[in-house]
Design a binder for this molecule. Structure first.
Ligand code: GLY
Length: 380
């Protein structure tokens, strides 16, 4: 990667965010190289693929960002499908959030954006829902995409076809900075164990939960999630069910993704745990008792990249030349479209770059200075 080519950009991280940004930059004529350590650990492969700003009950600037991204998704997906020749599995199926009482429903942060349901409405939308759920919200505008089996593959193919270069198995160990502090390269270790420096004056850090290992100033930490999938009868479930602590995401072919634990205290400890799996089974039985009889297919875990306010870090970093696309916590799949569009506009040559960069200000990496972390999130 030429350090002097003004259109050359290095993307650190080959997960969903890295690929989405690489795709946007390549479409805008940039020369892009993606450094990817281990594909399988990318949050894009372990997420459930929900597009759920309303079902997640997001608020404030994060809700606005999520709603804008949701609006961009159909065209974003169409571009990926056109560039790759592969389907992404976008499914605008709506999401139902069940509640024990109507009062709980009416107090939900995004209730004004949903269609209120009584027990009768819930039974119509979700046959078999456990009787303790008496009220619900239907968010028709929310949906899902098959991130694990389709979107990631399509994005990789789209990037390759647009000339993006990939270096797989490459671990970025450090940043090489000039006397004035600006980025001038990255130090990496290849899959073969060789160490060398790659020159780069501009790069995007999209290292997910591992971002702070490269830049310790970044307030990003892992929140482990365990998941499983079941094979349901086709059409057994039409909508995503988003219960408290457990959700069911039905793919077109009957595969149902069940998620997810939220374990900030686990740090980077890998693997499934009996307690985590029991929690998923209990959540499943509590929502849809018949699902307990559907055969299990796969179990897996991953690490969400979280920040103190659970919103992403986007835009310039403390290192001039290094940009951020990380910290998307539970909403990476939803926010990939807007992250790609905004980073693409801010970094590619063009007159819109300053305005695009300014639009990222609410998600600046240093917005937490002088603030305590939100009480809902515990640092590991
Ligand atoms: N987006 C849902 C989750 O992170 O579990």
């Amino acid at each position: 990667m030429g350090g002097d080519d003004p259109a050359a950009i290095l993307v650190l991280g080959g997960g969903l965010m890295g690929l989405a940004v690489a795709h946007a930059l390549a479409r805008r004529g940039c020369t892009v190289q993606v450094l990817s350590r281990r594909r399988s650990e990318a949050a894009g492969f372990v997420a459930a693929g929900m597009l759920a700003p309303h079902a997640e009950g997001l608020q404030g600037p994060l809700l606005t960002l999520g709603q804008r991204s949701l609006a961009l998704v159909p065209e974003w997906v169409a571009r990926i499908e056109a560039d790759s020749g592969l389907p992404c599995g976008l499914r605008p199926c709506g999401i139902v959030v069940p509640f024990a009482t109507a009062a709980d429903r009416d107090g939900f942060a995004t209730a004004p954006f949903g269609e209120p349901l009584d027990r009768h409405g819930l039974e119509r939308e979700l046959p078999g829902l456990a009787p303790r759920w008496t009220a619900g919200l239907l968010f028709r505008q929310d949906g899902q995409i098959d991130n694990r089996r389709q979107l990631m593959r399509a994005l990789e193919r789209a990037c390759s076809r647009l000339g993006v270069k990939f270096l797989e198995g490459a671990e970025v160990e450090g940043l090489d900075r000039a006397g004035d502090g600006a980025l001038q390269g990255v130090r990496l270790r290849t899959a073969e164990g060789d160490r060398h420096t790659l020159a780069a004056r501009r790069a995007v850090l999209a290292c997910g939960a591992w971002s702070a290992r490269l830049l310790p100033e970044l307030p990003v930490f892992p929140v482990k999630g365990q998941m499983l999938s079941l094979q349901a009868p086709r059409q057994a479930l039409r909508r995503v069910v988003f219960g408290p602590g457990t959700y069911l995401v039905p793919r077109e072919d009957g595969l149902v993704v069940v998620g997810a634990t939220s374990e900030p205290e686990a740090g980077f400890s890998e693997g499934l745990t009996p307690a985590g799996q029991r929690q998923l089974q209990a959540g499943l039985a509590d929502l849809l008792p018949e699902a307990a009889g559907w055969p299990p297919m796969e179990r897996w875990w991953g690490f969400r990249p979280c920040t103190p306010d659970e919103a992403p870090l986007l835009g310039e970093s403390p290192v001039p030349g290094l940009w951020l696309a990380t910290g998307h916590h539970r909403n990476g799949v939803l926010l990939a479209a807007i992250t790609a569009e905004r980073l693409g506009a801010a970094l590619a040559p063009g007159t819109g770059a300053p305005a695009a960069a300014a639009a990222l200000a609410p998600f600046a990496w240093n917005r937490f200075r002088g603030q305590e972390p939100q009480p809902s999130v515990r640092q590991p």
